[in-house]
Design a protein around this ligand. Sequence first.
Ligand SMILES: [Zn+2]
Length: 442
Amino acid sequence: MGSLLISNGTVVTLGKGNRILHVHDVACEGGVITAIAPHGKLPGEFDRVIDASGKVVMPGFINAHMHLYSTLVRGLGKAKSSADFTQVLENLWWRLDRKLDLEDCYYSALMVLIEAVRHGTTTLFDHHASPSALPGCLDAIARAVREVGVRASLCYELSDRDGPEVARAGSEENVAFIGRCRAAKDDRLSAMFGLHASFTLSDATLERAATVGRELSVGFHVHVAEATSDQEHCQREFGLRVVERLGKFGVLGARSIAAHCVHVSAREMELLAETGTPVAHNPQSNMNNAVGVADVLAMLRRGVLVGLGTDAMTVNMPEEVRAALFVRHLAEKSPSVGFAETLSTLLVNNARIANRHFPMRVGELRDGYAADLVLIDYEPPTPLDEGTFLGHLAFGLSQAVVDTTVVGGRVLMAGKRLEIDLDEAEVAARARERSRALWERF
Ligand SMILES: [Zn+2]
């Protein structure tokens, strides 16, 4: 990988004091950004120059909660209709994940990671389940991550729902992958310890996971109070709220991710803040499953670091943040609250979460930061500056087309053409074959 110059673009730095730099160049070498300067001012020769005129150049997007395994379900009409969230899991997701084999995991991940490149998403936090593809499913997904070239944090969602054998294998999958990931020292891959959710984890399983996680000093990625049923179960069985129960076992913390938190009390929000536990808000999924709307503003007010995930609804992060904004307004019954706060979940907070998990600093265009950047076709119809940028992101850039995606200085797509060593049509054909067979077994 040689040096790269992104030339003559509108550079959006993000980070503290986000700057909009018109007619600027970004130089990258050795996987990091080495300089940002007015167009034509950077000396030296570059191995490759990409023209960014008519384009916004900004950090690649980060997805704080994803399920790469869900791709092969698209269009599957065999699941019974569900009356509530528990039935969605029983009728669809748990039926599906039990049928996935190792190749399904690989192709499911590969397809949607290519879509991520097409939408400028360069870092993803995945949460995986495939009880019949243990051991080895995380390696299959890691292979897809390496082949596509994005950054990803992987974990296996430990659960008691498929019995003690699968629970033991799920725990071992986490431990083995964490070990291999650390030994590999690949700055694109990171590992967490995955937990499904309080309502499918016994005290004994949670205790064992917490002990192992502490020994490995690793964060936990867990679904928290996504539906009211998780809270009802927790209070009925354990006399505790979900966040309290997770806190009791020590699985909260700055390197963990609590996905959803739709039904958390003020006291639980305080616990999340006290322990520094980030929350991943997934508005499109929450709307789709009709589970409610997380009170993001209340969590932010209490000092909780709230980021944005998609729960596999999309890999298009500007679309997700736009949905977050609309559902915020609807929930608050006000068209004018939470605009900057909602946008900050994607643009600021996701970078803070990612920077706890990857050795390279991401989420900002700045000297020494990872050269993870996207070029988006965008001729702004109104002035684009620091004061107007959020409006352009929500209402313009979210509708624009990503032209170029770079991760760690490596060009994965340029001029909307993939530059990875995979034939997208061939991969899609294989994925369709696999889904046909998977749907037969479903
Ligand atoms: Zn999820």
